[in-house]
Design a protein around this ligand. Structure first.
Ligand SMILES: [Zn+2]
Length: 203
């Protein structure tokens, strides 16, 4: 008797295949339409959990430490991400302020928390309570956490501002840089795999 976990369905054309174990770097593709069926997962569940924990710590540092400090005729002023968001809000750029807060704070935080929750249980091969909605939420949140766009924006702003002010990148910027790398590693990882390595215990 074949269990559902030994089969894999092409997302694009619904062709069904028997799952084959993949070796490092291997990718299985659909013979009918060429879509990617599955990638070899090079980080184990414990490794993923450690990564997400690291991402959470870095996220806290990134949000609590100054991202940039500006010097102007002997005065120094440092701002955190939230300082910048509040300044934009007061400067009647409410739309930009809300977008910044969403893409740099709420979406990455949601992503980190949901991943942490799901992985915590997945390490024991169990589906976390609310597993299916959590996986769907991750799917929708992923494209909205755009820390790398922010990094580019900061670079441009720093280069521009440095002709008027003395600009010193704060620890927050380095934390965001590390966070960008961690989230990119995560984004390259196929989280659908979690469906296969966990069993539903509620049945
Ligand atoms: Zn296909």
């Amino acid at each position: 008797m074949e269990s559902g976990q030994d089969l894999i369905v092409c997302e694009h054309c619904d062709t069904v295949y028997r799952r084959e174990p993949l070796t490092r770097g291997q990718v299985s593709t659909c013979l009918e339409c060429g879509a990617v069926l599955e990638r070899h997962q090079w980080i184990g569940l414990d490794g993923q959990f450690a990564l997400i924990l690291a991402a959470f710590i870095v996220f806290v540092i990134a949000n609590c430490t100054p991202i940039v400090s500006l010097g102007f005729s002997g005065m120094q002023s440092a701002t955190t991400l939230w300082g910048a968001v509040i300044a934009m809000w007061n400067d009647s750029s409410q739309v930009v302020a809300v977008l910044t807060a969403m893409t740099l704070f709420f979406f990455p935080l949601t992503q980190i928390l949901i991943f942490g929750w799901v992985l915590w249980f997945a390490r024991d091969g169990i589906r976390a309570p609310g597993f299916a909605p959590a996986m769907i939420a991750l799917y929708y949140v992923k494209p909205w956490s755009m820390i790398e766009v922010f990094m580019l924006g900061v670079l441009v702003a720093v280069v521009k501002a440095s002709s008027y002010f003395e600009v010193v990148p704060g620890p927050g910027v380095w934390a965001f840089a590390v966070l960008t790398i961690l989230i990119t590693i995560f984004a390259s990882h196929d989280s659908r795999e979690l469906w296969n390595v966990t069993r539903d215990t509620s049945e």
